[in-house]
Design a protein around this ligand. Structure first.
Ligand code: HEC
Length: 95
């Protein structure tokens, strides 16, 4: 019995770890399937930005220290993520 309980706790923890991080599906409506579009005709093409630029932008939107006239939109997108999540994500897009 003890073993079964332990196994389910481990399985639960693994599942949670997999779900953590930025859900890119929520970005694609505006930024394009491969981040190849100017979101709402306004943003930089994220695919052409460097990993560092993307990390700076995402953390800056969250902190309210970065962005143009439509930064409020991006704040809503990133506020729920940790800086570590945003940094990890920034390494998966851009160049
Ligand atoms: C509702 C549309 C929308 C969604 C959804 C959205 N974005 Fe954006 N994004 C924008 C707009 C508009 C801008 C430009 C904002 C500004 O004025 O600074 C932007 C800017 C950015 C920038 C900086 C580019 C620049 O112009 O410097 C990055 C990086 C970015 N978004 C990544 C993301 C990521 C990652 C997600 C998903 C978690 C996401 N966006 C979801 C509309 C969106």
């Amino acid at each position: 019995m003890k073993k079964i309980v332990l196994t389910s706790i481990v399985a639960l923890a693994a599942g949670t770890a997999l779900m953590a991080g930025v859900n890119a599906a929520g970005c694609k409506g505006c930024h394009g399937q491969n981040f190849e579009k100017k979101a709402l005709g306004k943003s930089e093409i994220v695919k052409n930005m460097t990993h560092e630029e993307i990390a700076t932008a995402l953390k800056g939107y969250k902190a309210g220290t970065f962005g143009g006239s439509m930064k409020g939109i991006m704040k809503g997108q990133v506020a729920k993520y940790s800086d570590a999540d945003l940094e990890a994500f920034s390494k998966t897009v851009g160049k």
